[in-house]
Design a protein around this ligand. Structure first.
Ligand SMILES: Cc1ncc(COP(=O)(O)O)c(C=O)c1O
Length: 373
């Protein structure tokens, strides 16, 4: 008898458990006739700001728009350079291009897969105006070093928190460390909407006000047809806000469940030729959006696990500077040895709050049996 498959992530279980509440919340929002920027949005923003520990939360249509709005609100514009990582989802760089600025890549740190602070320093020019670190897989970038560099060079810091809800560095949650943080509530994220949604978090009143304006055309406060900036229609809708309000209550215990699963993996994978995710020191917290290992013979292992019914993924097989969309920029792969190596070696294995102890054990046993072959 073959064993049931173990997916990389499973949205079914979570959705089924909350279905009654989600249906009621969505229907209420639908029937309220307040479909944009109504009470659901306002209450969600209050709750999320409190959860992250910041003064302001401005909801918007996606993680990509959160990044774009945050960069523009921080004053990034044409002619500026923004230093970021090439080992990320393309929305990170698209958001920079949409402001008119140019992105400049720094290589990654081999232990955390996040942008290397040393390489950031090497890439600073007179045009550099901001650093955009990504807290990849849910582990915080080296924010102490990044904030030091930003202070020394008078740069803005916009954190890409799309994968890192409730992650923490030096006792402060990500999204509250730099000038602003950008969150995604894409359905598969640690906090996922039932559609597209995102938010910006900040402690800066001016950035917050500009974000509120930019998400609706660049409008001056409540004046309907007076525009201070060139914005766009990038609002989150009330139905998504109502759904996110239900799910936000569960985010802390879902995050704890992810941590427990990570601890089981760390135990079960001991002694195998795989490198485990970084262990967070005191004051740091990993959100485990993914559980990503470095594995010898990665592609063969992935095939082997697939044959055993175990879902995996490679985030990311091709770095951004080698994407067809960026071919014209003529980046040299040899300038990013750590990114190149990570693309060849990383493998994300099943991780979601409802994953059972038995399933984790089965994944570990399958990986062990692959290396014993
Ligand atoms: C690192 C990173 N940045 C930005 C985004 C963009 O978020 P969204 O899909 O909500 O636009 C994502 C999500 O897919 C992401 O993983």
């Amino acid at each position: 008898m073959s064993l049931p498959p173990i997916p990389l992530f499973d949205l079914q279980k979570q959705h089924q458990a909350l279905r009654t509440q989600l249906n009621a919340a969505a229907l209420d929002a639908l029937n309220s006739m307040r479909w944009l920027l109504g009470p659901q949005t306002e209450k969600f923003e209050e709750t999320f700001a409190e959860l992250i520990g910041v003064k302001y939360c401005i909801s918007c249509s996606s993680g990509a728009s959160a990044l774009q709005i945050a960069l523009s609100a921080a004053g990034i514009q044409e002619g500026d350079e923004v230093i970021t990582t090439p080992f990320t989802f393309i929305a990170t760089t698209t958001s920079i291009s949409l402001t008119g600025a140019k992105f400049v890549f720094a290589d990654i740190d081999p232990h955390t897969f996040n942008i290397s602070a040393q390489d950031i320093e090497r890439k600073i020019t007179k045009k550099t105006k901001a650093i955009l670190p990504v807290h990849l897989y849910g582990y915080p970038a080296d924010m102490a070093a990044i904030m030091r560099i930003a202070n020394d060079h008078n740069l803005k810091v916009i954190e890409d928190c799309a994968q890192a809800h409730l992650a923490m560095a030096d006792g402060v949650k990500v999204g509250g460390i730099g000038d602003a943080g950008a969150f995604s509530f894409y359905p598969s994220k640690n906090l996922g909407a039932c559609g597209d949604a995102g938010a910006i978090t900040t402690n800066d009143a001016d950035i917050a006000a500009k974000c509120r304006s930019l998400r609706q055309g660049g409008r001056v406060k409540e004046a309907h047809y007076e525009y201070e900036f060139e914005g766009s229609s990038l609002r989150m809708d009330e139905v998504q806000a109502a759904i996110l309000r239900v799910k936000t209550q569960h985010l802390p215990h879902w995050t704890e469940a992810r941590k427990k699963i990570a601890a089981l993996y760390a135990e079960g994978l001991q002694g195998l030729p795989v490198a485990l995710p970084p262990t967070p020191p005191n004051g740091f917290s990993h959100a485990y959006y993914t559980y990503t290992i470095r594995a010898e013979r990665r592609d063969e292992l992935q095939e082997y696990l697939k044959a055993q019914g175990i879902g995996t993924a490679v985030y990311y097989p091709v770095p951004l500077y080698r994407q067809p969309a960026y071919k014209h920029l003529k980046y040299k792969p040899q300038d990013f040895p750590q990114t190149e190596k990570a693309c060849r070696e990383v493998l994300s294995i099943p991780m979601f709050p409802e994953l059972t102890e038995n399933e984790v054990a089965r994944v570990c046993e399958s990986i062990a049996s692959f290396y014993q072959k």
